[in-house]
Design a protein around this ligand. Structure first.
Ligand SMILES: [Fe+2]
Length: 433
């Protein structure tokens, strides 16, 4: 995943940043705690990476961009790791093909864990010395980078377990709404209501002292016509109506490239939906659940093309990224994010709701905006300039975070981006008009 900056980083005091670093490192291990070493080898789709690779790559980031440059006398853990765990930084070193990451049976997991310990110990020595300003910037970037990989760890393991014939549960259902109701049907979703916005000349992009990635800058003005945004995400029940109405069989609902994707991939429903003799089920990190139980739950794992086709079928449209940002600006960051522990979208009936609907969590919202640099965009200097900028072609922007996004990671100006056929992320639909 991509992201990063330069005049933008917040420069937290050393101690606060050290704590943020440690928390990010702990959280990654905690996410891996239900996994076996064999689970951590699986790479079940081209977009995903094995958990073991995520553990190593996030460590490589600190070794490569912080310790090598800023800790005098730092000893590289293993010469081969410097290229083996590079993801895509062409100006740093060669790197293996992404699709080969599941072949890394060596180094073993124990060695990867020792790599983490080696780097974490060196980072503590750096914190003791009081890192210089650029090192602090890189550490903050590294913590944010690790949080991005925490989300990927979970979306990748969801895909891995979906492809496993035993359909393992990442975690058992806790005594939450969906579990406690058992197989009973869920209550209806809150009524879909549209909140009006005036539009006009608005500023978008990051402002202030907090951290942001380079792709959130510069702040600039955009013109918005008056618009309205749905108070909640489209639910599984609503998406099932689209399917029952022949949504996947009507080319007139689809963008040309989307219709091609439907035919080529044989799409009949969102990723992780299975048709077991007329009864649909949905695979989640909490195992396989009947669709009937998820009627009021936001639909996820749809591509941009499916989101767009659904909106057209509903006589509505997707929001632009700036309509979403203008609506979210100044709102509390609350919602079903990773910290809530649900690990899946939850019914909109259950959300902590402010009057206008929570803008964050459950599923990222596909927008109709192409992922481009803002006017005057400048990538970070040097190798880290490859973090975000080089992906600004052929991808769409998603906003708002998901049920596996750390709450500390998301904000109103945050721009996620994926190619339009992507479905393995928690990507959903918020309608606009
Ligand atoms: Fe990365």
């Amino acid at each position: 995943m991509a992201a990063a900056t330069s005049p933008i980083l917040s420069l937290k005091p050393n101690s606060a940043l050290a704590e943020r670093f440690r928390a990010a490192r702990r959280q990654t291990l905690q996410i891996c705690s239900p996994l076996t070493p064999e689970d951590m080898m699986v790479q079940s789709c081209p977009e995903a990476s094995p958990a073991k690779w995520h553990l190593a790559h996030t460590t490589w980031f600190f070794e490569s961009f912080v310790l090598r440059e800023f800790l005098p006398g730092y000893r590289i853990f293993h010469d081969d790791f410097t290229w083996l765990f590079n993801s895509y930084y062409e100006s740093f070193s060669a790197f293996p093909e992404k699709r080969l990451r599941s072949s890394f049976s060596r180094p073993g997991l124990d060695e990867i864990l020792r790599y983490r310990e080696h780097v974490d110990a060196a980072m503590e020595r750096l914190f003791e010395q009081g890192p210089e300003e650029e090192a602090l910037r890189r550490i903050e970037l590294g913590a944010n980078h690790e949080e991005q990989h925490q989300e990927l760890l979970l979306t990748d393991i969801l895909n891995a377990f979906f492809t496993n014939p035993l359909k393992p549960k990442y975690r058992e259902q806790e005594n939450r709404e969906q579990g406690s109701k058992g197989a009973r049907e869920q209550a209806e979703a809150r009524p879909l209501v549209f909140q009006q916005f005036e539009g006009g000349l608005r500023e978008v992009g990051h402002a202030g002292n907090g951290f942001c990635f380079d792709n959130e800058l510069p702040r600039h003005r955009v013109w918005l016509e008056p618009y309205a945004l749905a108070n909640r995400l489209v639910t599984c029940g609503e998406f099932a109506e689209f399917m029952a109405d022949g949504g996947y069989r009507k080319p007139e609902l689809w963008l040309s490239a989307g219709w091609d994707a439907v035919k080529q991939n044989g799409w009949r429903g969102p990723l992780y939906w299975s048709d077991a003799g007329g009864e649909w089920t949905v695979f989640t990190l909490r195992g396989e659940l009947p669709l009937a139980q998820l009627a009021a739950t936001p639909v996820g794992h749809v591509s941009f093309y499916e989101a767009d086709a659904y909106a057209r079928w509903a006589g509505l449209r997707l929001p632009t990224e700036f309509e979403w940002e203008a609506a979210a600006e100044g709102q509390l960051i609350e919602g079903n994010l990773l910290d809530s522990g649900n690990l899946m979208p939850i019914p909109s009936t259950n959300l902590v709701q402010n009057e206008n609907g929570t803008k964050y969590g459950d599923c990222w919202v596909w927008t109709s905006s192409a992922y481009l640099g803002y006017p005057g965009f400048r990538p970070l200097n040097g190798t880290l300039g490859e973090y975000n900028g080089k992906f600004m072609s052929g991808q769409m922007v998603l906003r708002g975070g998901s049920c596996v996004t750390p709450a500390a990671h998301i904000r109103a100006t945050y721009r996620n981006f994926f190619s339009p056929e992507t479905r393995w992320q928690f990507s959903g639909i918020r309608l606009a008009k």
